[in-house]
Design a protein around this ligand. Structure first.
Ligand code: PEP
Ligand code: MN
Length: 356
């Protein structure tokens, strides 16, 4: 996919700020927030008009009536506006109201039928669309949604990382799993990447540190839910910040450039490359030993996978990692991979596919 540039991201040296309430609640609420955000460096004003809610009976958005309020934000405060669309009807109504940018919500990205419906409604329309990650940690589903839109002719695309729901996660509302947006960035280096710390955090206290993390990783934008009276918000009350708090968050962020050409990286990187080469060399030696053990296992007729040996390896390596002050979880992940590759090699030996 070759993406066309979206104005607000073009030539930005600092992350683009997208702010506004989770939901448009009333004309007064929308305009008060817009007045407080105008002139604070916000490039795009967000407000949900149609709200996907987990349980029925919660506030499900004001519907198309709210589009006129967004029009007032656009014309009275000079900010571009964006809202979430989940059906073809939403798309038609948002386009008719002159919404500048559309976003596809996390629940919608999860559903290829819904994404296709939106893509079909956008055929022949030139508007930027930001696609949130699906609720489950599946990069292919995220890419699939981008492709459906791209194939319909929508070439000004961006992605929003809003975290992934997880049964176990308690600290964040949606686990960040940063490796997924990083994977997306590796595959599509020119796709603008926005972080939505509000939906990752679920509570306002975490928004600054998550935003800083996103800035450190080189994200192109931040979408931060902002409300003049967060505790009384009709949706996501715990995670919204006031316009003043947003100002403080933006002020405290430490910005970094992608690469400032500093020469001192070079010698460190050369040493790092040498270490990486040595790791690969050691891995090759380890796999060779594995295959030799595979031959012995074949001759003695014992199973390839031996749980007690696996536990012993993981225990030894995590203990050694702790002594070296390394992250034991990360080291465990690495050795699980190494062990599973060893097993794969031995299975090939046992099946006579490889003797060495
Ligand atoms: C939102 O941005 O208010 C929203 C509903 O987000 P998500 O799709 O990430 O849950
Ligand atoms: Mn929200």
């Amino acid at each position: 996919m070759v993406f066309d540039k979206i104005d607000i991201f073009d030539k930005q040296t600092r992350p683009v700020v997208i702010a506004g309430p989770c939901s448009a609640e009333s004309e007064e609420q929308v305009l008060t927030i817009a007045a407080a955000l105008a002139g604070r460096g916000v490039s795009l004003f967000r407000a949900g008009i149609w709200k996907p809610r987990t349980r029925p009976g919660c506030f499900e958005g004001v519907g198309k009536e709210g589009l006129a309020w967004l029009q007032r934000v656009k014309y009275e405060y000079g900010m571009s506006v964006t809202t979430e669309v989940a059906t073809a009807t939403h798309v038609e109504q948002a386009l008719a109201a002159g919404v500048d940018v559309l976003w596809v919500g996390a629940r919608t990205t999860t559903n290829p039928f819904a994404v296709q419906e939106i893509a079909d409604a956008l055929r022949g329309v030139d508007i930027p669309v930001l696609v949130k990650n699906p609720v489950n940690p599946d990069v292919e589903l995220w890419v699939g949604a981008l492709e459906r839109l791209y194939n319909a002719g929508v070439t000004r695309l961006g992605a929003i990382h809003r975290g992934f729901s997880s049964y176990a996660e308690k600290f964040f509302r949606n686990a960040p799993q940063w490796q997924l947006p990083i994977q997306l960035r590796r595959r599509f280096p020119n796709l603008p990447l926005v972080c939505d710390p509000s939906h990752i955090a679920g509570k306002r206290e975490l928004i600054l540190s998550l935003s800083q993390h996103a800035v450190d990783l080189g994200f192109n934008g931040l979408m931060i839910e902002t409300h003049c009276n967060p505790v009384c918000a009709l949706s996501d009350a715990r995670q919204q910040v006031t316009p003043d708090e947003l100002g403080i968050i933006l002020e405290r962020l430490v910005h970094r450039s992608l690469d400032n050409g500093a020469v001192e990286f070079a010698s460190h990187r050369r040493r790092m490359d040498e270490i990486d080469d040595a790791i690969v060399h050691l891995l090759a030696k380890r796999m060779e030993l594995s295959r030799e053990i595979g031959i012995l296992k074949r001759e003695c007729g014992v199973t390839v996978f031996q749980p007690s040996r696996y536990n012993e390896i993981i225990e030894r390596c995590t203990r050694a990692a702790a002594e070296e002050k390394l992250d034991t979880g990360a080291v465990k992940d690495i050795f699980e991979l190494v062990h599973s590759e060893s097993i794969r090699q031995q299975l090939r030996v046992i099946n006579g596919e490889s003797d060495k």
